[in-house]
Design a protein. Structure first.
Length: 183
């Protein structure tokens, strides 16, 4: 396993060891002691699964009072996965990290609490698993507009399929400080 710090403070790219043979492949996607020794010493309390069809874009989502860190793994397909640093006082506040993740690699992206998360689907379908450092709290969710021109995220799709909610989030500069993650 190889762990690399990305351009956003605390966000890590993890390249998994994969064992392949005529039957298929095997990869260990999490082991608490090995991940802690590699610099990812997070406690995960919830696992989520997402299925999306091609050209779907989800995000950029976060929780205000109970921010979640995410360890993202693509199980099937291919995505462009993005984290936006919303941590007040962070040296990389307002910066993004974006990586193509696919099931063949496989790689993981760890986004620490206080980063908004989003992704777009680059394959016909995709299945994503992510471990979370806090419980999802209905009513605590917030977001930043995926197409905020100030962020200049180079989403590699055109005309994405979006939820009504994801088209209505504010630009980052319009998010009041009290609506940023409480870290």
């Amino acid at each position: 396993m190889k762990v690399t710090q990305t351009e956003v403070d605390g966000a890590l790219l993890i390249e998994l060891d994969v064992w392949r043979d005529a039957r298929g492949r095997f990869a260990e996607t999490f082991q608490v002691e090995r991940y802690a020794a590699s610099g990812l010493d997070a406690t995960f309390v919830q696992d989520d699964f997402s299925f999306s069809t091609g050209n779907v874009l989800r995000g950029l989502h976060y929780q205000v009072k109970r921010p979640q860190g995410h360890l993202v793994t693509v199980l099937r397909g291919r995505v462009f996965d993005v984290g936006l640093d919303l941590r007040a006082g962070s040296p990389t506040f307002g910066q993004t990290v974006g990586r193509v993740l696919d099931a063949e690699g496989p790689q993981q992206l760890y986004l620490p609490p206080g980063l908004a998360h989003g992704f777009c689907v680059l394959s016909e379908e995709t299945e994503i698993h992510y471990k979370c450092t806090d419980i999802y709290q209905p009513g605590d969710e917030a977001g930043v507009l995926w197409s905020d021109p100030d962020l200049a995220i180079a989403w590699p799709i055109e005309g994405p399929v979006l939820s009504d909610k994801d088209t209505a989030w504010p630009r980052l500069r319009d998010v009041p400080p009290e609506r940023l993650p409480h870290i």
